[in-house]
Design a binder for this molecule. Structure first.
Ligand SMILES: [Zn+2]
Length: 259
């Protein structure tokens, strides 16, 4: 099945769509950072308005416009004047740029591009949740699996796509599970299999070729993140390293999902 809209047939339309992609990226970043925040605190992620963390005042739509609200309010709460940390703004800009870059590199709007964008949103959410709590919530992993299942039907060669994905997922999962078990045994501690499960979900999209890129980048960043966590005496968080490795593989277009 192929439903595809070429981006640069009319350059002006292409540029307009890329600007729109940036805005959608920023909006989704705003949504997913809030979702991750609520999941980590055990709150219902579907319900309720956002509120100021200092004064608790409910935020209006004007306060929630990604990037623009932060700049217009000079990084302060409209109601109590307390400083709002720039973290959310930074992630809105990053995801906006990622959305724009992904579409520009892919050159068309189709199911595969939408899947890559969905993956980027979920990776941001689970990375933030892992960084804040040291746990990768299973809900994010389930959502990644749903995205994969939905893309399978749009692939020109469904069988190869599905089988290669499953082989990559099983191989990387096996290696990571063994490494995790060995480290747990050596350190005599209970290790989390969250990063293994996450890598298994992502390899479904990346296949072996993309997996090599993601693992190489993820490994280097993983060591850096592990050292940072250790020096700050905080829980180990490897999801951000795995997520960045995956995004690099996606942008290098070395994966079937964005060919
Ligand atoms: Zn406030």
């Amino acid at each position: 099945m192929s439903l595809s809209y070429p981006l640069f047939e009319m350059p002006a339309v292409g540029i307009y769509l890329i600007v729109m992609a940036f805005m959608f990226g920023a909006i989704f970043a705003s949504f997913i950072t809030c979702t991750a925040w609520r999941v980590v605190r055990g709150e219902d992620w579907k319900l309720g308005h956002s509120h100021c963390d200092t004064c608790g005042h409910e935020l209006s739509t004007a306060d929630l416009f990604p990037v623009i609200s932060y700049i217009a309010l000079k990084g302060k709460c409209r109601y109590c004047g307390s400083k709002v940390p720039p973290r959310d703004l930074i992630f809105e800009i990053i995801l906006g740029c990622l959305f724009a870059g992904t579409l520009a590199l892919h050159g068309a709007i189709d199911a595969m591009a939408v899947a890559a964008l969905a993956l980027e949103v979920l990776l941001l959410g689970l990375s933030l949740a892992d960084w804040d709590s040291g746990v990768i919530p299973d809900g994010f992993l389930a959502a990644i699996l749903v995205v994969w299942i939905m893309t399978v039907g749009f692939m020109p060669d469904i069988q190869t796509y599905a089988i290669e994905g499953l082989i990559a997922s099983a191989s990387v999962g096996l290696v990571m599970a063994v490494i995790t078990a060995v480290i747990g045994k050596v350190k005599n501690t209970k290790m989390s299999y969250g990063p293994t499960k996450l890598a298994m979900c992502l390899m479904l999209f990346l296949h072996i070729k993309g997996a090599c890129v993601a693992v190489a980048v993820g490994l280097v960043l993983g060591i850096i993140f592990a050292l940072v966590c250790k020096s700050k005496k905080r829980k180990m968080s490897l999801a951000p390293a795995i997520a960045i490795g995956t995004v690099v593989a996606l942008l290098l277009k070395d994966v079937p999902v964005l060919k």
